[in-house]
Every structure is written in structure tokens, then in C-alpha cells.
Write a protein that binds this ligand. Structure first.
Ligand SMILES: *Cc1c(COP(=O)(O)O)cnc(C)c1O
Length: 404
């Protein structure tokens, strides 16, 4: 079965019929613009009270005030919903504001938040803040143990946060065999930022209640927009709409317009970047054979059949273009060499058409001591390489500038 791609989702939402229904062409125009417009209006006016009443009857799908929704966020959300059957999408001003708003929406009745030990640093910070300022208990669990834990049924008032693949070791979280049972208690949140967008296997969608993505990474893909998405089932739809409206964490119209623009090249970018990542992986494997690289991490590339099945279950289609590896060099040596790269640039973030490289112990985890890093299982000399759309041969040369 071929993948249902982001291009397919765009084709549905931006189809002729959908355009004609939503968007009668303006006077004097006999067609539609090829590219949908950016609508920055902060408020919509109503021609009469009947129109306002119609708005109230369909509030969650309509536009009145741009802190609640805009034409551009709704367009983006409809496209993303095509890729996640059974879920309703909400666009946010960042990945973190999506996560914070989801936690706000589930906050009434929240007693325990379970976070994996390898999870985005600011998600950890949100958990710490919650633990310090509320009676919510925040518990850390080993990423590898999540399937066993969830099979014991989350309890009412419990939120389980899962990040797959994990960052920076790109571990696939194996959720096969998890059965939420008939009474679905608790809330399972999946941060799927590293999986790209969509095409998550139906059996995985069945397990989770909330999916979040940072649009700043693969989805935006050009390092020119910060944004986030959260997808929820019906039960959380109104609470999340209210949370976003209350907190003002919605994605601005201009950013939503940019993200929709980015979706038009999503499939092509991911194909190209994954091909580049495979080239870089082959090169790294050769350097590992020569003793220059100690370990290489990529979801599934060097997996046995069991791991390959787990990868397919967790990711479906794309595996992304992040590669991490531990060269046979100290982090001080790497810190010197990273300035000599010609194509990849030293920066946080990942997933864009620009290759970006970082040493997490100097970047995202700069505040951690060597002891902390050891406790976290993070090698001080681990390199995270986000493969962009450049010529992969040039990227292999950059790898050699680091490891040889
Ligand atoms: C980047 C990232 C976030 C936060 O997204 P922002 O858009 O930077 O706020 C959350 N989770 C993961 C896994 C990320 O990589």
C-alpha cells in the first residue's frame, strides 16, 4: 500500500470543489489564485445578528477573533487532520506552546505526569515547573519501558508523555502490543516531531490521545518559522480550544500561511533529506569500520528484524534526516573542528533543508555537568547532524572534517 502523503492531504483540502465551496472567486476574477492568501485580520465583522448566531453555533470551526482562530490556522488544521483520521488539529505559536496548552487543557484532575528520561529539554523544564508549583507529581520513566507501563493501563488523572523517535539518540519507542482497553483512562501524549508529519500507523494512532509536533523542524523546513501543532480526539477538542484562546498561544496567520507553503514541498524535502541521511550513514559506517566512529544512531538503519518492525510501527513512513554519532575524538577536539565545516552549520534545531550540526553537550545540554551527562546517558562527544537538501557528497566531506 502506498503512503498517504502530505501532498495527498493538500490535494483534498485545496481541491477545486473545496475551493469553490469555501471561496467564491472575487468580482472580476474568473478563477482562483494558485496559492491561498494570507488573511491577517485580527477580527471578523458580522453583517447581522443572524450571522453572529451562526458563528456561535459552530464556534470551534469558525473565525471571529484571531486569538481563537484565523482562516490560515483553519486551513493548516484541515490539511493536518487529513493525515490523522479521528483527530482534530490545533495550530500553536511554537511546539512548546502546543505542549504547554495541552497540559493546561488536561490540568483539571491531573495528578501525575509521566515523562521519559530522554525527552526535549524544555518539556522537562515544564514538568519541573509543574512539580514545583502544583500538587501534580512528575515521574520519570525509562524510554525503553513505556510499552510495559502503558499496558498496565494509565489511571484517571494520569498523563503519559511519549517522544518518538527520541532526541538526540533517535531511539524508537516500541508501543506494539499496548492495549488501552475499553475504558480508555488517562491521556497518552505523543511528541512525534522527529517523525516528520503524518503517516503514523493506524495501530499507533489507536494508542494515543494527543499528538504534538513542532512545526519549527521538518514541517516548516526552512528555518523561517516557529510553530507547533496538537491533535486531539473529540473529548479534548473543546478544552484545548479554550486553553489556546485563554493563553493566546495560537499560531499567527502569517506563520500558518508559511507552514502551508512549506507543506507543498514536504514530501519532496523529506525524500531528498532522507536520501542524504542514508548517504551520510553509509559514509559513517565506513569510518566506523576504520575505527574513527564509535557508534551511529538512526531510527532503524542498523536494526534487526524485530527493531525494524518496531520502527515501522512507530514511524510508518518517514524516518527523518537526523543522524547522531560518537566520533573517536574528545568533545574539545570536536569543538575545534566544528568551526572548519564548509556546508553544515553549527546551530540548534533540525529538519530543515539547511544541514545543521551540534554537539548537544555544548548546545542543548550546555548547563549539564559531565556527571549529569553520564546520569542521562548522553556522551559528551555525541554529534547530532541534521541532514539538509545539499549535495550529500559535500556533507560526507564535512563528516570527515569532524571525525578523521
Ligand atoms: C523543537 C522541539 C520541541 C519544541 O518546539 P518549538 O517549536 O521549538 O517550541 C518539542 N519537542 C521536540 C521533540 C522538539 O524537537
Amino acid at each position: 500500500m502506498s503512503r498517504y502523503t502530505v501532498s495527498d492531504a493538500l490535494t483534498v483540502v485545496q481541491s477545486r470543489a473545496a475551493l469553490a465551496a469555501a471561496n467564491p472567486s472575487a468580482p472580476g476574477e474568473h478563477g482562483f489564485p494558485l496559492v491561498s492568501g494570507m488573511q491577517p485580520s485580527s477580527a471578523h465583522h458580522f453583517l447581522d445578528s443572524a450571522a453572529l448566531a451562526a458563528y456561535h453555533a459552530a464556534k470551534l470551526d469558525s473565525v471571529r477573533y484571531a486569538r481563537d482562530a484565523s482562516a490560515n490556522t483553519i486551513e493548516l488544521e484541515r490539511i493536518v487532520e487529513q493525515l490523522h483520521p479521528g483527530f482534530r488539529a490545533f495550530a500553536f505559536s511554537s511546539g512548546m506552546s502546543a505542549i504547554a496548552s495541552v497540559l493546561d487543557a488536561v490540568r483539571p484532575g491531573l495528578q501525575r505526569l509521566h515523562l521519559p528520561n530522554e525527552v526535549y529539554r524544555k518539556t522537562v523544564a515544564l514538568g519541573q515547573q509543574l512539580a514545583a508549583t502544583s500538587p501534580v507529581e512528575v515521574v520519570t520513566y525509562p524510554t525503553a519501558a513505556v510499552a510495559a507501563q502503558l499496558s498496565g493501563q494509565p489511571e484517571e488523572g494520569e498523563v503519559w508523555f511519549v517522544e518518538a523517535p527520541s532526541n538526540p539518540h533517535l531511539r524508537v519507542v516500541d508501543l506494539r502490543g499496548v492495549d488501552r482497553g475499553p475504558t480508555r483512562t488517562g491521556v497518552v501524549v505523543l511528541d512525534a516531531t522527529l517523525a516528520g508529519l503524518g503517516d503514523l500507523p493506524p495501530a499507533l494512532l489507536e494508542i494515543v490521545d494527543v499528538i504534538v509536533y513542532s512545526c519549527t523542524k521538518y514541517i516548516g523546513g526552512h528555518n523561517d518559522v516557529i510553530g507547533g501543532l496538537a491533535l486531539v480526539r473529540d473529548a479534548l477538542r473543546a478544552p484545548l480550544w479554550e486553553a489556546r484562546s485563554r493563553l493566546g498561544t495560537i499560531m499567527p496567520p502569517h506563520d500558518a500561511h508559511l507552514v502551508v507553503r512549506s507543506l507543498r514541498t514536504f514530501d519532496a524535502r523529506l525524500d531528498r533529506q532522507e536520501e542524504g541521511a542514508r548517504h551520510v550513514l553509509r559514509h559513517l559506517a565506513q569510518r566506523a569500520d576504520e575505527g574513527l566512529v564509535q557508534s551511529i544512531h538512526y531510527p532503524g538503519e542498523f536494526a534487526n528484524a524485530h527493531e525494524a518492525d518496531a520502527v515501522a510501527f512507530a514511524l510508518g513512513g518517514p524516518r527523518g534526516s537526523l543522524v547522531s554519532f560518537v566520533p573517536n575524538r574528545s568533545r574539545e577536539e570536536l569543538a575545534e573542528r566544528i568551526g572548519t565545516l564548509r556546508t553544515a552549520r553549527m546551530a540548534p534545531s533540525f529538519g530543515s533543508v539547511d544541514s545543521l550540526v551540534e554537539i548537544p553537550s555544548y548546545m542543548s545540554h550546555a548547563a549539564a555537568s559531565l556527571d549529569d551527562l553520564a546520569t542521562m546517558g548522553l556522551e559528551p562527544n555525541l554529534v547530532r547532524f541534521s541532514v539538509g537538501a545539499e549535495n550529500p557528497a559535500l556533507l560526507a566531506e564535512d563528516i570527515d572534517r569532524l571525525v578523521c
